[in-house]
Design a protein around this ligand. Sequence first.
Ligand code: GLN
Length: 224
Amino acid sequence: MRLNCSKPVAGNGSGTGSSALSSTSALSSIKVGILALQGDFEAHGRVVEELGHQPVYVRQERELRGLDGLIIPGGETTTMLKLLQDEGLFDPLMQFAERHPVMGTCAGSILMAKEVVSPAQNSFGWMDLTVERNAYGRQARSSIRSIEPTPEFVERTAPGRLEAVFIRAPIIRHVGEAAAVLLRDGSNPILVEQGRHLAATFHPELSKDRRLHGLFLDKIRSSG
Ligand code: GLN
């Protein structure tokens, strides 16, 4: 599979020497934190490894140190919110996201949204989105769908339809001006970008397609 690694690396050729990406080891291996309180964090870890980078499972604040980006996996947001508070990780993650890229998948996208409904609950609010939890109803709780990517997604990754795995997924009901839709399932946005962050309502770690993780790694490289 072709991944878009052709983007210029931040700090490349600038000669500043201050960027974390200016050392050879950092260029060859990106340290990707994966919030590992609950949910399918290990599947993300395997993808990061497969792409030649270093997953770091995050359960405590000190494990955020030295990371280049963070993935918030799928799982159950009510449980994750409780554990984030219990472990004292909520505020440290807030600060981390001010300076580093974060990708949230499914439950992760719910935690990143500004507004959560059905029911309303707390969230980090990094993405200008309104997200409805468990919005597909009982019959369509889980599904695998073939998605025709937007031209922008293709341009930044590679061509071809994308398999998207939905498990008790949310639906993004509103996308604010600050956010841009990169993938849609019919009229529903399923991948949204805002600044350095990405939020997907599906589980890219459960498919063979590596384009979304590749895109996130590109964003980490260029945000250096
Ligand atoms: N239904 C879960 C929630 O609302 C999200 C499901 C998932 O991450 N697969 O928290």
